[in-house]
Every structure is written in C-alpha cells, then in structure tokens.
Design a protein around this ligand. Structure first.
Ligand code: AMP
Ligand code: MG
Length: 410
C-alpha cells in the first residue's frame, strides 16, 4: 500500500470539523410558501385526523353490504358530493350516489365503483361482488391527531409542505438561515462579462459556491474578488467574520503561495491548513475566526466544487440543524470500463450511472478526470468513490458510487 505521507483522510477531517460545531438554534416562523429548503425547528404534531372523516375513494354508490344480493335492484335515495354530504335517510334496499372525497353516509359499509354497476329501471344493479369496507378511506388513516408528523431537523420540500397544509398549518417554525460570506482570492481573476487581460481567467468558484449555498438554504454575503494583497485580504476577512456564521474563501490555500493568507488567518483565528488524502481537492483550510467558522477551498474549480460538496456541505447541513449529511446515497455497482487510479488518496471520479445491456446498473467514467475539467460535473450524475488504497480498476469490478444530490442537478 502506498498511502501518501502526511495527508489527512477525509473521514478524519470531517470528524474534526463536525465535532467542533453546534447547530444554530435561533428560529423564526414563516408561511409555508416561503419554507421550501428550510429546516424544522421543532417536531410537528398533528392537530387533526387526516382524512378528517370517512370518505369515498371512488365515484360510485354507497351501499349496505346486507342489502346486496344477485339480481337485486337498489333504488337511489340521494347524492353525496365532496363538500356536500348526504344527510337524508336511505332505507334498506336503497343506495346513495357518491363522488370521490364525499363523506360516507351513516350506515354505509362499502362503496361500489360506478364501473361495477349497471343502470336499470328504478335504480342500479351490481355486476361484481362487494366486500365490507371497500373503497372507503377511513378517518385518521393517513395521520392521527396528536401523532408526530415531522421531526425537528427535517429539511422541508414538496414532500413535506403539502402534508403540513393538509393539517391546516399555515406557518412553520424553522431554524434561522446560516449566514455565509464568500469571496475569491487571486490577482488573475476577472468577472464574467468583462474582457480578459493577459494571464487572466474568469472567476468561477464564487458563482459555484454562491449557488450551492443558496441551494443549501443559506443567506449569502458575496464579497467579490479580493486581490492577493495582505491589506485587502485582512480587511475582507475582518468584514466577513463580523457578518457571517461561516466564511468561505477560494484560492491561496496551496503550499508556498499562501504565506500571507496564512499569516493573516493566524492573526485573526485558529486555522489548520490540511492536505487531504482526496482527489480532487488536496489543499483545504478549516478553523475558527473570532466569531465565525472558516473554510478555505482550493482555487482549482473542480477541487473547489468537490471539497465544498464533500466537506462544506456536511458542515452547513449540521449547522442548519438538519439531520444527516445532505449527501446522496452510496451503492455498489459494476464498473463497465477500466479506470485509472493511483493509491494514496480517496478518489471522487465523476461517473455516469446507467442501465447496462443486461438491465443491471453499471457505471462509466465521464472521461478525462483532470482537475481542470469542470464539464465532468455536468456530464456525470454520480461520484465513483474509489478507496484510498485501491489501484487501477478493471472493467467488471465492483465500485462504490455516490449519486449527485440537487447541488449538481441530481
Ligand atoms: P490557488 O489555490 O490560488 O493557487 O489557485 C489554483 C488554481 O486555481 C490556479 O490556476 C488559479 O488561477 C485557479 N483559481 C483560483 N481561484 C479561482 C477562481 N475563483 N475561479 C477559477 N479559477 C481559480
Ligand atoms: Mg491564487
């Protein structure tokens, strides 16, 4: 085995980061329409039974099973619609025309769907058998009054918010958004939309981080591009620290080049510069400023995105009060081609999970895995996660894949 010396494993880095952090507890109450992506501050207890009353699952006829026999005609005593219950009497030998969602008339013990009846003189006849309770949605079948519907720490989406609406809840108590400051460092950086000077490149990392922060439910404080100048950097770090819970910079954390960044961070806080045993994304800094947490991403866009995804995302997820890491599920699948891999670092190669010719899932590489090939994120739909000690992968071997979550369009 050829573990690269002095490199910190990802697990150890994550453990150190997450152990220091306590989730935000401040909360606010907001309307459901504004709550997508927010995290519940408390468990939600149902104030109601859902459904609130027994109702019909079909358009058809409400019957008493005891009245049903072959060749018996049931007269129609009345109609029940959703929102317009049938309150009248329906004597033995009759039925009630009923629509989906309408309350079940008293005494009814089955609903017969329209397609299983035929109209005859004086009413209807059933053309199929009837079972007690069929096509009746029972009160409280979905959610019982007093039951816990959502736990604290649940990230709200279109799967949860309608559930809350169905309980008559209009506003929900959520954890305050983490405030996160972001800036890029580098004399070579230019804003997209501006012409490039000699040796300049466009700043991509700040956009990537800004977008991912918004998707993770953070309030973003975007401090722009900061030149490789100690005074400007010190000023920016101070401002970011005074305004944010977390400060994220990109660039200037690799060896040799970052000396004055290190010096400033030493002045302002306690920062560790790590060399992580992952690929892409070796250099990464983490620590505490006077009032905030600091994450220093590598400058290289693929490395910046990958370290944000694998390290900063779990950190922000915990800070948000959210249960879990926020990362997509991992699974073992067959790799349909040879992959290059040097042992010593945990690889996050970008892959395409697809259905193979045999109908089973398989994964292939997006191609060139260079840390400057950003298009691998848009071509891929997963990381192929290759263990640190592993070497080249031969076609047909099992590999771990981790599906991209919503940050990369998953
Ligand atoms: P650094 O970590 O500052 O040494 O940067 C490593 C590489 O990433 C260099 O090629 C930089 O030009 C490039 N880089 C740094 N910051 C950015 C950025 N915000 N957007 C795009 N590329 C960057
Ligand atoms: Mg730089």
């Amino acid at each position: 085995m050829n573990f690269a010396a002095g490199l910190l494993p990802l697990d150890a880095a994550l453990e150190q980061m997450l152990a220091q952090l306590t989730p935000i507890t401040d909360n606010e109450t907001i309307p459901l329409l504004q709550a997508f992506g927010r995290v519940t501050a408390q468990a939600v207890i149902s104030p109601l039974d859902v459904p609130g009353f027994d109702n019909s699952a079909m358009d058809g006829y409400a019957v008493r099973c005891a009245d049903v026999a072959p060749n018996v005609t049931l007269s129609i005593a009345g109609k029940a619609f959703a929102g317009q219950p049938f309150w009248g009497n329906w004597p033995a030998g009759s039925c009630v025309r009923i629509m989906t969602g309408a309350p079940i008339p008293e005494g009814c013990d089955a609903v017969v769907m329209q397609e299983e009846t035929e109209e005859v003189d004086g009413g209807i006849r059933l053309v199929a058998g009837v079972q007690t309770g069929q096509n009746i949605r029972r009160r409280g079948e979905d959610i019982g009054k007093g039951n816990s519907v959502l736990n604290a720490g649940c990230r709200l989406s279109a799967a949860e918010l309608p559930l809350l609406a169905s309980l008559g809840i209009a506003d929900i108590s959520v954890v305050r958004k983490p405030r996160v400051a972001v800036f890029s460092t580098g004399d070579e950086l230019q804003l997209p939309g501006q012409p490039l000077g000699a040796g300049q490149i466009y700043d991509t990392n700040r956009l990537a981080v800004h977008i991912m922060l918004e998707q993770l439910g953070c309030e973003v404080i975007n401090l722009g591009i900061v030149r490789d100048d100690p005074t400007a950097l010190r000023e920016t770090f101070r401002r970011a620290d005074s305004e944010a819970d977390v400060v994220i910079s990109s660039g200037g954390v690799s060896v040799g080049e970052a000396d004055f960044t290190k010096q400033i961070l030493d002045e302002l806080g306690e920062i560790s510069f790590w060399k992580l045993a992952i690929k892409p994304g070796k250099p990464f800094a983490f620590g505490r400023l006077a009032q905030s947490w600091f994450c220093g991403l590598p400058g290289n866009p693929v490395s910046a995105a990958a370290t944000f995804y694998q390290l900063v995302q779990p950190l922000l997820t915990k800070l948000s009060g959210c249960a879990g890491s926020g990362l997509g599920p991992r699974m073992k699948v067959r790799c349909a081609q040879n992959l290059k891999k040097t042992s010593g670092r945990l690889d996050f190669q970008r892959g395409i999970l697809r259905t193979g010719a045999d109908g089973q899932p398989e994964v292939v590489s997006t191609g060139h895995q260079g840390s400057h090939i950003f298009s691998s994120f848009s071509q891929g739909n997963c990381f192929i996660v290759l263990e640190r000690e592993r070497g080249n992968v031969a076609a047909g071997e099992w590999v771990d894949v981790e599906l991209f979550n919503h940050l990369f369009g998953g």
